[in-house]
Design a protein around this ligand. Structure first.
Ligand code: ATR
Length: 277
């Protein structure tokens, strides 16, 4: 039986074991997938490798450390500066990042959004933002404004993306002057820490989609703000979570699972979900 795990801290609320178990049943794959809560990620990952672990997902706060543990990185993991998927290969870890592909697949496939030329605002410049920004550019968004509480991190992300005419780092104080966006994404962990910043409603118009990378309770403050401001769509990160998992599953097993049934099942329990992946 092949062995997989999700590493994080805390990770007890992670939906990944449930999602991967459902995918495995559907694909007829025999595997074990557990959540490993650790305060010492490098040691726990090493022990997992030594005991025959075949692959892993990595969540908060270890996506940057996971990158350091890899012998080989996919181009998209290198671009994101973060790894959420580990694949064992000759007793070494190969690293990938499926978050951005998961987000784009959810927005364009499930929610039928056309991202091309959308004037976009990305709130946050941490691991979550870095994971999705390159894929948003690849999906054809128009100008991408990156706003972060710590300005240097917004500047660093914009530099890393390497498209100066298209990507614009800005400060929270600039928000009232930035006008209306077609797409506003929240990639901050502010709500998880219980301190969501106040945002001007002028960012949102009747054609705006607001998207939170979190799901469950953590997505409520931002999406409530977006709805109150008159957004056309308010989309949480549950679909992205299922899609990034499907992308990881495909890397490990060579089979792309059908995500709709799993998504529908999780959506039924939506209000009680705690964002942990
Ligand atoms: P993640 O992997 O979830 O992105 P992270 O790398 O710790 O986690 O990044 C958290 C993001 O949320 C950062 O952009 C952070 O801003 P700073 O770079 O200034 O720390 C942002 N964030 C967290 N709490 C916030 C708050 N109360 N208001 C605004 N932004 C916040």
């Amino acid at each position: 039986m092949k062995r997989f795990a999700v590493f994080g801290h805390p990770v007890a609320h992670s939906l990944s074991p449930r999602i991967h178990a459902a995918f495995a049943r559907q694909a007829g794959v025999a595997m074990d997938y557990v959540a490993i809560d650790t305060k010492d990620f490098p040691a726990a990952l090493q022990a997992f490798l030594a005991s025959g672990g075949d692959g892993a997902n990595v969540t908060l706060p270890y996506k940057a450390q996971a990158m350091a543990a890899c012998a080989v990185l996919s181009p998209r993991a290198r671009r994101a500066g973060a790894v959420n998927t580990l694949i064992r290969n000759n007793d070494q870890w190969h690293g990938d990042n499926t978050d951005g592909a998961g987000l784009v697949r959810d927005l364009t496939g499930r929610h039928r959004l056309d991202l091309r030329r959308r004037r976009s605002l990305l709130l946050g410049a941490g691991g979550g933002a870095r994971g999705v920004a390159p894929d948003l550019l690849d999906a054809g968004v128009g100008d991408l404004y990156v706003v972060n509480r710590t300005p240097e991190r917004a500047d660093a992300l914009a530099d890393a993306l390497g498209e100066p005419g298209r990507v614009h780092p800005r400060y929270f104080d600039d928000l009232p002057a930035l006008g209306e966006f077609d797409l506003v994404l929240n990639a901050t962990s502010a709500a998880r820490e219980g301190r969501f910043p106040s945002l001007p409603m002028s960012l949102v118009g009747p054609r705006t989609s607001v998207v939170d990378l979190s799901y469950g309770e953590a997505a409520i403050p931002f999406l409530a703000w977006g709805r109150a401001a008159g957004a056309r769509d308010a989309i949480d990160g549950l679909g992205m979570l299922v899609e990034q998992a499907a992308e990881s599953f495909q890397r490990w097993h060579g089979v792309r699972p059908d995500t709709d049934a799993v998504y529908a099942q999780l959506r039924e329990h939506d209000a009680r979900l705690v964002s942990a992946d």
